[in-house]
Design a protein around this ligand. Structure first.
Ligand code: FMN
Length: 287
């Protein structure tokens, strides 16, 4: 059973939590701006993502507060200066990021409150966060107002004009290593997730190969109560049915498995899928 939620009949504060609990984990833009006098401001925004690589565009949303319908300093500064630096949030600066999200009075620098270090940018006035492993200097291209009631967002559309990436988070090919960058994501309410260890996995999708697809799998595989939906999807993701030669070679090499009952084969296939021997598992199940 699923509960049904009608946005028109749900309090904004509750709807906010259903949306944020569902659209998660969200990346966190740690947004640095300055007002027209040059006073620094820093605040986290998890209504955030990258939307284009050419041109390189990032979008985040600064919302009217649900409690009192006021708008935020970041939005005021963006409207005054049209520039931001978006810094990423890794585990090492998580608590300092949380400190900076408090509603200090306008003109108070969250750099000072959080103990993070402002460093000058190359092309824009807002400072970069030294401790963040990636800083993206941006020019604001547009601000789209989504509404005028508490909770309404303002999409701030930013073009990246310079990136700074710490060498500490790069692998030997100068690509960002997800294990090294150790990014944080925002979930619903006060929950966060750390992208590290087992929570990072590779899902390899061959380019240009068309998988055989779930619909072409034999019924006993589709209906298996031993294989999980992910196991079955991996079998459906094979590029082609194994050739007769492959099946014959496999049978010759694994003659002792021929007598195994279906349940035993399913269990063994599951084990093999778990160690990436997907084609072997498929042959075991179809021969
Ligand atoms: C992890 C995190 C993510 C947040 N994401 C958003 C967001 O996407 N939009 C928003 O309006 N406020 C968001 N907030 C709340 C703002 O950071 C908070 O209102 C802050 O005081 C705004 O600062 P400013 O007035 O200096 O812009 C978030 C807070 C945290 C801790």
């Amino acid at each position: 059973m699923k509960i049904k939620i009608d946005p028109a009949k749900t309090k904004t504060a509750d709807l906010h939590q259903y949306l944020l609990g569902s659209v998660a984990p969200r990346p966190i833009a740690f947004v640095s701006t300055v007002d027209k006098e040059g006073n620094a401001n820093l605040a986290p925004y998890s209504f955030f993502n990258a939307f284009s690589s050419n041109p390189p565009m990032l979008v985040f949303s600064s919302n009217r507060k649900v409690a009192d319908n006021t708008t935020k300093d970041t939005l005021h500064n963006v409207r005054e200066t049209d520039e931001v630096v978006i810094n990423v949030v890794n585990h090492a600066i998580l608590r300092q990021m949380a400190l900076s999200s408090v509603s200090y009075e306008s003109g108070v620098s969250e750099f000072e409150k959080s103990g993070l270090t402002p460093v000058p940018s190359d092309l824009v006035k807002p400072f970069r966060v030294k401790e963040s492993p990636v800083n993206m200097e941006c020019v604001v291209k547009d601000v789209i107002t989504l509404g005028y009631e508490g909770g309404a967002g303002h999409l701030i559309i930013c073009e990246v004009v310079r990136m700074h990436v710490s060498e500490d988070v790069l692998d030997e090919n100068k690509k960002i290593d997800p294990h090294k960058i150790d990014l944080m994501g925002r979930m619903g309410r006060a929950f966060y997730t750390r992208a590290s260890g087992d929570s990072i996995m590779k899902v390899f999708q061959p380019v240009g190969e068309i998988p055989i697809g779930y619909d072409k799998l034999p019924e006993h595989i589709k209906n298996s109560n031993i294989l999980s939906a992910n196991d079955i999807a991996r079998l459906a993701g094979l590029a082609a049915w194994p050739t007769d030669e492959k099946i014959k070679a496999w049978k010759d090499a694994n003659g002792e498995l021929k007598g195994k009952d279906e349940k035993g084969k399913m269990k063994l296939a599951k084990e093999w899928i778990g160690v990436d021997q997907v084609e072997e598992a498929f042959i075991l199940l179809v021969c």
